[in-house]
Design a protein around this ligand. Structure first.
Ligand SMILES: Nc1ncnc2c1ncn2[C@@H]1O[C@H](COP(=O)(O)OP(=O)(O)OP(=O)(O)O)[C@@H](O)[C@H]1O
Length: 229
């Protein structure tokens, strides 16, 4: 059996003083593809934020990529983030520089210094997402689907074993959504990375069935199949 990359035990997740999710128990293993669904405001983003260290865990236990999250010191958070890839709905590319420089910027910010290694890595992740020919394009010269691919390339830079994606197809048309889904599923398989993807898109969940966890009534429900939706 694959190694757990996320292990949460009896965690309570708060936003300010209010308890958003209680008694969360969840194990996700390397190479797994998992949907995170649930109605607006039920805590999907809060769970993802906890996993990438944006929301401090104070009750219960959680280990993500071998980092203990409970009461984690803020100085530790950048080290946790280097072990993860995070993909957002709105891409969040730097608009003042081209694709390759967006990727170089992240590598330098995460401690890479060797120019040749940086360039090789940028080429590698762009090939992984099928955009090697767009390295010199500015973000505004690219379609939404291409920008989302760059965002995924950026998430792959530090070879993460866990990718957290917050509605990565939320702004895309159905054909482009298919391309991005196929890309994410192939990354899970080929890189043996776990992917946790928050989505509201039930058409996607039906078309690409996978393990499904749901935020509902202040809890995380692990359905394992889509039959209970
Ligand atoms: N920064 C914050 N401060 C205080 N409360 C917050 C904050 N962010 C979210 N909340 C509250 O926490 C609860 C869960 O919000 P969260 O964003 O995790 O839900 P969600 O399921 O991701 O929703 P959506 O699908 O709309 O993104 C909501 O009641 C929300 O109002």
């Amino acid at each position: 059996m694959q190694q757990p990359i996320i292990e949460i035990k009896n965690a309570n997740i708060y936003q300010g003083d209010s308890l958003v999710l209680k008694e969360v128990n969840l194990t996700i293993r390397e190479g797994e593809f998992v949907y995170l669904v649930g109605r607006t405001g039920t805590g999907k983003s809060s769970l993802l934020k906890t996993l990438y260290g944006d929301l401090l865990l104070t009750e219960g236990e959680a280990v993500v990529a071998e980092y203990q999250l409970k009461n984690m010191h803020w100085k530790q958070v950048p080290y946790l983030r280097r072990k993860l890839g995070v993909v957002f709905q709105d891409f969040r590319l730097l608009t003042d520089r081209n694709v390759a420089n967006n990727l170089r910027f992240v590598l330098k910010a995460t401690g890479w210094t060797d120019k040749k290694l940086i360039d090789d890595k940028v080429t590698q992740v762009l090939e992984q997402v099928g955009l090697q020919h767009k390295a010199n394009k500015m973000p505004y010269e690219m379609s939404g689907g291409e920008q989302q691919r760059v965002d995924i390339a950026r998430a792959l830079l530090n070879s993460p074993k866990l990718i957290l994606a917050d509605e990565p197809t939320g702004n895309l048309d159905p054909v482009t959504t298919d391309e991005i889904m196929n890309l994410l599923l192939s990354i899970a398989k080929e890189s043996n990375a776990a992917i946790v993807m928050a989505t509201h898109d039930y058409a996607v969940v039906k078309k690409y069935p996978a393990r499904l966890i749901k935020t509902e009534g202040g809890r995380v429900v692990d359905n394992a199949t889509i039959d209970n939706l």
